[in-house]
Design a protein around this ligand. Sequence first.
Ligand code: NAD
Length: 330
Amino acid sequence: MKTAIFSTKYYEREYMDKANAATGHELTYFEIPLNIDTAVNATGFEAICIQLGDRIDKATITQLSAAGVRLIALRSAGFDNVDIEAAAQHNITVVRVPAYSPQAIAEHAVALILTLDRKTHKAYNRVRENNFSLHGLLGFNLFGKTVGVVGTGKIGRAFCSIMLGFGCRVIAYDIKESEEMKNKGIVYESLDYLLQNSDIISIHCPLNAGSRHLFDAGAFSRMKAGAMLINTSRGALLNTTDAIEALKKKQLGYLGMDVYEGEESLFFKDLSESVVQDDTIERLMSFNNVLITPHQAFFTIEALEQIAKITIGNFTAFENSEPLPNEVLL
Ligand code: NAD
């Protein structure tokens, strides 16, 4: 199948070509993102393959449909950047990679927790300058702490298992409770209870109308003073301006984020020679108890292999009119 792959990153091609070796789809790689301005490049392709940074709104869908596109394949789990309703109206099928390596994201959330807690990033830099002082490096034991998990889907469940291994008390909030997690000893509570009782909160629910800015001034005020919040899910799950106020008041004790509302103009780019225009992220970076990583939680060898394998499988299933288990339905 003739497929245009947009927003191709330097690290992706090797994995896609390897996964495609036995199948032989005709893949054309574009580094540019797909949006209304670049949609003309999709002309002549039956399928397009995109990333989260691509903006597939109603107008772009109309243009893609006119260009002959019949399949939109996301190389991600999230699909909040695609107007699914508009795609359905134009009879364009949308598929995604629902799970490629939940452990990759769960383990990164743990990396953020441990770094913020034990301050290994500070020690690394300090020791290299022959400063062996312990000043400012005091941490706390994870053992025995209460960890609140918002969203116990694939990633949340992997995260819960790791935190149980640390000897934490793990409580969770989800609109749909998991029997598997209950059997493992996870106790489901209301969001309010979770906010009030957790020493560490990790967000693993998707961004949707019900979860946008779930963590706002009201939520921060109900959290334990000095608690840690980790967001590896989607930036807009928290209101960043409110988070900054909570950090200034020391209500929020630590903030670890792999995602940021407005990350599209920053993440995956080297802006070290530029003047960053986003004052909010600059303010966030001024706090020594904030740790930001550039949406790298998924970035493991195992995850890249799985993303490529499942994406190629999605192309093949669509081309052969086979059932599409990874279809995004309205
Ligand atoms: P999933 O669909 O398996 O699980 C999501 C869970 O959230 C479900 O149990 C669902 O019931 C629950 N949920 C939905 N709305 C909720 C709400 N308002 N409040 C509480 N719970 C709610 O998804 P997943 O594979 O575990 O992924 C979770 C999220 O992680 C994705 O939506 C995506 O945003 C994010 N993600 C981030 C990265 C990264 O690299 N940082 C990579 C992949 C996924």
